[in-house]
Design a protein around this ligand. Sequence first.
Ligand code: G3P
Ligand code: MG
Length: 229
Amino acid sequence: AHRGGGALAPENTLGAIRLGASMGFKGVEFDVMLAGDGTPVLMHDETLERTTNGRGPVAETPYPVLAQLDAGKGEPVPSFEQAGLLCRELGLWANVEIKPAKGHERATGEAVARMAQDLWRGADLAPVLSSFSIETLIAARDAAAELPRGCLVEKIPADWDGRLRELGCIALHCNHKHLDETMTAQIRSAGYSVLVYTVNEPADARRLLAWGADCLVTDALDQVGPEFG
Ligand code: G3P
Ligand code: MG
């Protein structure tokens, strides 16, 4: 379930994660950024305006201030710690998308990986740490090498194989619009999992699964439901 509850709940909130779980989803994707005081929080954009009633850059707003904001339907902005604990309580797999604000790539990768290490210590099911930022993935690898990582891209780069190897990733996460059957097979036969976002049409979901995609991320929780996986 993309951003916790897809299109059916305020994105990146605890309520969204609960909704995803209540609809039978096995896993949730959410975005994590550092607040002004260095606390990892669930947030997609670098600024607060689109998803909250606050204003200004997330990276300049301390967590105690963020925690007072409304992220939709009265839901607060959760800390990554709260979200991780909730996933563990609900038995949900987490795709932790590390979303650094510009200039905070390394610090964000490091802080989120360290916290994930603490949150999932001793757990049966490890989360996957993913990011569009190579610098962030390197920092996450350096901080918590044992946690699985996914290399997140829009389009698959020509050097995908070398990139996944260098970053020590277990999976390629890409926009399903840029994937085809041959590429899916190539990536999987190289030993990597394939995660596709954001798959909102049942026909696309069926085709991607038939190609061998391992994980679908969706906003359409009521249409591309757990029965597809
Ligand atoms: O992690 C997959 C997907 O969430 C990437 O795009 O912009 O929704 O974070 P975005
Ligand atoms: Mg995301």
